[in-house]
Ligand binder design. Structure first.
Ligand code: PRE
Length: 101
């Protein structure tokens, strides 16, 4: 096997690992959103605010520490969490509107 062939084989193996990880991430995100939908319904039913900035601060601090330990860029970890939480809050606000309708 020549060098290029070997490189192609490694590339294919790495891509298989990446595909597996992407599938796990999607499954985990779906599971997270199932929980946040329950939280959103609870908040809508009881008139609680969709966003909780204090809770978010704790989550960001915890995830940044975990990211550092794992060798992941903590700035990226924070941006990723904020991206998800922004979508969750949008869902919560929709549930609040549905509940009030
Ligand atoms: O914990 C909550 O109160 C949630 O609504 C969940 C969640 C999250 O996605 O982690 C979303 C919005 C809040 O601002 C804080 C956290």
């Amino acid at each position: 096997m020549d060098d290029v062939e070997r490189a192609r084989q490694i590339l294919a193996e790495e891509r298989q690992s990446i595909d597996n990880i992407d599938a796990a991430l999607v499954n985990l995100l779906a599971e997270r959103f199932r929980h946040t939908q329950r939280v959103g319904r609870l908040k809508a039913e009881h008139g609680l605010p969709p966003a909780d900035p204090a809770r978010e601060q704790d989550q960001v601090a915890r995830l940044k520490a975990l990211a550092k330990e794992s060798g992941l860029d903590p700035v990226f970890a924070e941006a990723f969490l904020r991206f998800i939480v922004t979508e969750v809050i949008r869902h919560h606000e929709q549930l609040r509107r549905d509940d009030g309708a």
